[in-house]
Design a protein around this ligand. Structure first.
Ligand SMILES: NC(=O)c1ccc[n+]([C@@H]2O[C@H](COP(=O)([O-])OP(=O)(O)OC[C@H]3O[C@@H](n4cnc5c(N)ncnc54)[C@H](O)[C@@H]3O)[C@@H](O)[C@H]2O)c1
Ligand SMILES: [Fe+2]
Length: 346
């Protein structure tokens, strides 16, 4: 791991020992950076290539498969995949790296420990802070039948470069939604039944940093970007040894049916979780107000019974999340009726 303002400039040096003769480094770059000055700083050598990641929608298994196939057709294999972008681009980079060396479709590997071979070298460079995708052992994908990550020991990046300068121009709303992903990771980890000293140590630090940037600071400055990038890292480390909770379980349902993006989806849900995280929801609302952010409401207003059922099925299927949040007897607490009532309020 490399951290610091301007550390992106070390990329050439970092990649050099990982280059395999005649095989390119592929810079999978968030499409936001098309035509932006950052492109001129990417250290292209030989047959290296910049590919733009279309993250209009969060990553799908079909897109991962297509990208991996395209690279196999063009180069046979590659020296490495460098993901430069938000959580979506980083997850795509992890998944494409794995699919360079594992047969079939990425949909076959959605689950726990199904990936059998290491991928090609992979590096992650976040341009938004909050998801923790830079440190996690998963890459979240929507497949033909489920939204679930490829969770495996081969999924984490070989290298991460944390350069807060890259997040400087993120729009305030996006920065808040992704930042709240981190805040919510901390709350769900620290108030969960899976909590342990490892998760607590990282979670408390990440929470302190989130509070500082979203509540205590008067205006957003470089220090906020520096802090939020470390909060994201620590928040990701916290959930690595625990689990997320109610906001994530419900937000997965929204995302599956309505395509709601992860950060904003978590915020939409958190807004209504007084019963589960009473103090945190009050604090969350203060952050929303202080930062002048709009949280959509009424998004489930006109859904049919079938659509509610589909969301409930996805959400209630996230068993470890519920167990972490509510304990071993969670099924007695979170019934389908109760969950339906919660979805109706969103
Ligand atoms: N692997 C994990 O552990 C993990 C954890 C949480 C979330 N996720 C995944 O991360 C994704 C969400 O990531 P995210 O919240 O970082 O957003 P994102 O990657 O989906 O990007 C959101 C938007 O911001 C744009 N963007 C990226 N960097 C920017 C910048 N510097 N300035 C302006 N715009 C920029 C993107 O082009 C996109 O339009 C979801 O797909 C979610 O499933 C993964
Ligand atoms: Fe998250």
């Amino acid at each position: 791991m490399v951290y610091g303002r301007g550390s992106f400039n070390q990329l050439d040096e970092i990649l050099a020992p990982n280059r395999k003769e005649n095989y390119p480094m592929i810079f999978l770059t968030d499409h936001f950076f098309q035509g932006k000055p950052l492109l001129n700083r990417i250290p292209l050598r030989g047959n290296d290539k910049i590919l733009f990641a279309d993250v209009t929608h969060e990553p799908k298994t079909s897109y991962v498969d297509a990208l991996a196939q395209q690279l196999k057709n063009e180069f046979g294999t590659v020296s490495g995949i460098i993901g430069i972008g938000g959580g979506s681009t980083m997850d795509l980079a992890k998944a494409v790296s794995l699919m360079m060396n594992n047969p079939g479709s990425s949909a076959n590997y959605q689950g726990w420990d199904l990936v059998k071979s290491p991928g090609v070298y992979k590096a992650g460079i976040p341009t938004l802070s909050g998801t923790g995708a830079e440190v996690s052992r998963t890459c979240v994908l929507t497949g033909p039948t489920k939204k679930l990550g490829m969770n495996s020991d081969f999924t984490p990046f070989d290298q991460i470069v944390l350069d807060p300068e890259l997040t400087t121009n993120a729009p305030a709303n996006q920065r808040f939604y992704t930042g709240m992903d981190c805040y919510i990771h901390c709350i769900e980890s620290l108030q969960g039944t899976y909590l342990n000293e490892f998760s607590k140590s990282y979670g408390e630090k990440a929470l302190e940093l989130c509070r500082n940037v979203f509540l205590e600071k008067d205006k957003w400055d470089d220090e906020c970007d520096d802090k939020l990038m470390m909060a994201s890292y620590a928040g990701g480390m916290s959930i690595a040894y625990s689990q997320v909770g109610v906001a994530h379980a419900v937000s997965y349902g929204l995302s599956y049916l309505l395509g709601t993006r992860h950060g904003i989806g978590n915020c939409i849900v958190m807004n209504h979780l007084e019963e589960y995280y009473p103090e945190a929801v009050i604090e969350f609302k203060k952050m929303v107000e202080k930062n002048n952010i709009d949280i959509p409401t009424g998004i489930c207003k006109s859904l049919s019974d079938e659509q509610f059922d589909a969301m409930i099925n996805v959400s209630i299927g996230m068993k470890p999340l519920w167990e972490n949040a509510l304990g071993k007897d969670w099924e007695k607490i979170m019934t389908r009726e109760k969950l339906r009532a919660l979805f109706e309020r969103l």
